[in-house]
Design a binder for this molecule. Structure first.
Ligand code: ZN
Length: 300
């Protein structure tokens, strides 16, 4: 008789979805005029994800929503962006499990020129302006013409993390390492990118801080709707999740993560590929999911 073992059992299962970006707006091109954005059908695709998670035998303990829940076009719909926001939330709340939202603009990256409308004297806003002045010669800071390679990141729609956020990250990673906890960093804007268009301004500084610790297994982001993935020189799996907004109405874009004893298995659905990410520390015993997600560090 075979001994029963937990080896093939997920210790914790959670969902991941990026850039739903709903608006009551006709389909249209992205900024580069090369891809289509399906503003209305993103609601249906979000519903597909929730239905799948609800139907699973192994229920998801929570969902990570990687940012950009609604699109700026929603401000022009009948009752404005509040209505769009409530429509998406109504679908997500159907799951009846916690949803961790990456809130974009000020909360997501403190160094930013977005989201400071009523606080234009804020030091981080001013630093953001200075950085763009130094690095982007165009009149419109969303225009990256003339910038080459990774310098294309110097756009207003990206942002950076402040010294304070970096210090917090250092302390959090130090504590995680001492406790032998595996860490996934969650951020809207990627820390590595194929072309620099969607990349955190001070990504080098952040990666340098991360490289001082052994506990980080992955960096999960959204923002670049095409998606991308790479394992960096420290063996950390970076995944930029494909955005719902640029997924055709008959497709899907979400993933379910299963924490196994020695790996984190990402089961991609539709445009999202699948991954097996080795853990730094084996999961030795069955742990309560609440304990686990408390130790999952949310960078932004
Ligand atoms: Zn974004």
């Amino acid at each position: 008789m075979a001994l029963s073992t937990n080896k093939d059992k997920s210790q914790l299962t959670f969902g991941i979805i990026a850039d739903i970006q709903y608006a009551d707006h006709n389909d249209g091109p992205d900024f580069s005029n090369t891809k289509t954005r399906y503003y209305r059908s993103s609601l249906k695709l979000a519903r597909n994800a929730i239905e799948k998670w609800k139907s699973m035998e192994d229920p998801v303990a929570f969902v990570i929503q990687l940012g950009d829940l609604i699109d700026r076009h929603s401000t022009f719909q009948n009752n404005g962006s509040d209505e769009a926001f409530l429509m998406v939330m109504e679908i997500l709340n159907n799951l009846k499990a916690p949803i961790f939202h990456v809130i974009v603009a000020v909360d997501a990256y403190e160094l930013s020129v977005l989201g400071y409308d009523d606080k234009s004297n804020d030091d981080n806003f001013r630093t953001g302006q200075q950085l763009l002045q130094q690095n982007n010669p165009n009149k419109d800071w969303n225009d990256t013409s003339g910038l080459e390679g990774l310098n294309k990141r110097w756009a207003a729609y990206n942002g950076g993390v402040s010294e304070k956020q970096l210090e917090w990250m250092s302390e959090t990673l130090q504590a995680a390492q001492e406790n032998e906890e595996n860490v996934i960093i969650i951020t809207h804007v990627p820390l590595l990118s194929k072309d620099g268009i969607c990349l955190t301004w001070n990504y080098e500084e952040i990666l340098h801080t991360i490289s001082k610790y052994n506990c980080v297994v992955g960096v999960f982001s959204g923002h670049d709707h095409s998606g991308w993935d790479v394992v960096d020189e420290n063996g950390i799996q970076h995944i930029t999740f494909q955005g719902v907004i640029e997924t055709s109405p008959d497709g899907n874009a979400f993933a379910t993560a299963h924490l196994m004893d020695e790996s984190l298995v990402i089961d991609g659905v539709g445009r999202v590929p699948s991954f097996v990410i080795p853990l730094r520390y084996c999961i030795k015993t069955t742990v309560e999911s609440t304990q686990l997600w408390n130790t999952t560090s949310l960078l932004h």
